[in-house]
Write a protein that binds this ligand. Structure first.
Ligand code: P6P
Length: 340
């Protein structure tokens, strides 16, 4: 009996009844991301051939020169979401403020807000290293019919209704959760269809890979330095292997399959860490927990942090649950470092 390969479209329909609250809008939202991922994938894959590389003349809120491809990706995902008339607001790493989106009757009745990093790791674009898209979905908490407000975006990560990423790597994958486990879909570029290739993805409880930019070692808090020395000590299954691609989505994806931990801590150079809470740490934390992994800021659960601003940064320790527990033990010896 030939195994039937389920497409993402079929999977969404099959799982429709699991989407609480939704009368199909969340399915349409995931479908719009599916479409945008294919469009961006096409451009990412030929970035070396056309003048879509390099930087634009604009600087985004991160103070980083916008790469042409991440400005393009931002536009593609924005349009895909707007066209489906499901979301009432979108916040993006590429835009200083969130945008308000009207419903089909120019009303404010759409239920969801989306936060996204349209092309994470964009500094890798010009050197042909994997990049990714990260998205996070909430139900609005302000009254339907009124314009979306910032408070709709500043919800704790524990309130997410969906989160996912696209990794544009040796193959392009869409990995997402709606709170019922994590499933990975691989794109067949020849026919433009995502197939369920990694059902029920789970972080191994233990791992032997750590992902951190060790070039910043001298700037790390002491708890991180102590943990790195623990990883490098010859004892039991250690020393661990160091693997750091410089693209969160790629390091996260490999660690979820093989076991491992990703760390971007505070440092004297990045006093609050580098990763953005709302559209990097929280969605990846939701996926990690749904895959039986863990995510903290070194001291508390990432998804319990109360956001205070759209682009706030947090330290991020994410991966195999026993590795996160261990690094948290080292961090606990230096409680003052919790005040970032
Ligand atoms: P660094 C990419 O810019 C990113 O946000 C993550 O994808 C990646 O893990 C990290 O920053 C790399 O930062 O400072 O090590 O180059």
């Amino acid at each position: 009996m030939r195994e039937k390969h389920i497409t993402l479209g079929e999977f969404i329909i099959d799982k429709q009844e699991e989407f609480k609250y939704s009368s199909g809008e969340l399915s349409k939202l995931i479908n719009s991301i599916r479409l945008a991922a294919k469009v961006v994938n096409y451009e990412v894959n030929k970035a070396g051939l056309v003048d879509i590389l390099g930087a634009t003349s604009t600087i985004n809120i991160q103070g980083e020169q916008q790469q042409k491809l991440d400005a393009y990706a931002n536009e593609v995902f924005m349009q895909a979401l707007i066209n489906r008339e499901i979301v009432c607001g979108i916040a993006s790493e590429e835009d200083d403020n969130y945008i308000t989106i009207k419903g089909k009757n120019n009303d404010n009745n759409n239920k969801y807000v989306v936060l996204m990093d349209p092309l994470d790791g964009s500094s890798n674009i010009d050197v042909n290293v994997s990049v990714g898209t990260i998205f996070s979905v909430y139900r609005r908490i302000t009254p339907p019919g009124t314009p979306v407000q910032e408070v709709d975006f500043l919800q704790k990560g524990s309130q997410q209704v969906a989160a996912g990423y696209v990794v544009y790597g040796t193959s392009t994958m869409l990995v997402y959760t709606t709170g019922h486990g994590v499933n990975g879909f691989t794109l067949n570029p020849a026919i433009g269809v995502f197939y369920l290739s990694h059902p029920n993805m789970e972080y191994p409880k233990d791992g032997t890979i750590y992902s951190i930019n060790e070039g910043n070692y001298v700037h790390f808090p002491q708890g991180v330095k102590d943990y790195l020395k623990y990883c490098q000590k010859e004892e039991g299954d250690r020393p661990y292997t160091s693997r750091y691609i410089g693209s969160l989505v790629s390091d996260f994806h490999r660690n979820m399959i093989k076991g491992g931990i990703y760390i971007y801590p505070t440092s004297t150079k990045a006093p609050k860490g580098k990763l953005r809470l709302l559209y990097e740490a929280n969605p990846m934390a939701f996926i990690a927990e749904q895959a039986k992994g863990a995510a903290t800021d070194g001291y508390m659960r990432t998804m319990d942090i109360q956001p205070t601003s759209l682009h706030q940064r947090v330290p991020f320790f994410c991966g195999s649950i026993n590795m996160v527990k261990k690094v948290n033990e080292f961090m606990a010896k230096y409680p003052n470092d919790a005040n970032y």
